[in-house]
Design a protein around this ligand. Structure first.
Ligand code: FES
Length: 107
């Protein structure tokens, strides 16, 4: 397995309905994860980045959250429709998707 150039962590944490913190799982985290995997597979991008399901990253209330290393960029409020932009602009193009970047007081 080649060492990935970037590593994407998609929060897919779930919590019981009504939990005060909510969860990325309830905001589409699972769909976002599946969309990343599907895109990577169909476009044969596995040598460019890895995608891993993660537990809670922290700011649950503004999820769904996606974290990209080595840059340490946290994207918040992500929807599955945003996955293509994260792949094309950031993971392949090295341009951060500014509209999704977590506010400075969060990360
Ligand atoms: S549940 Fe995703 S950041 Fe907490």
């Amino acid at each position: 397995m080649p060492k990935p150039q970037k590593h994407v962590f998609v929060c897919a944490q779930s919590r019981p309905p009504g939990h005060p913190r909510g969860s990325c799982g309830a905001k589409g985290g699972g769909d976002i994860l599946q969309t990343f995997w599907k895109e990577a597979e169909s476009r044969n991008l596995w040598d460019k980045f890895a995608v891993t399901s993660s537990g809670c990253i922290g700011p649950c209330d503004i999820g769904a959250n996606v974290l990209v290393y080595p840059e340490g960029v946290l994207y918040t409020g992500v929807a599955k429709e945003d996955v293509a932009a994260i792949i094309d602009d950031h993971l392949l193009g090295d341009n951060v998707v500014e509209r999704l970047v977590a506010p400075k007081e969060v990360w």
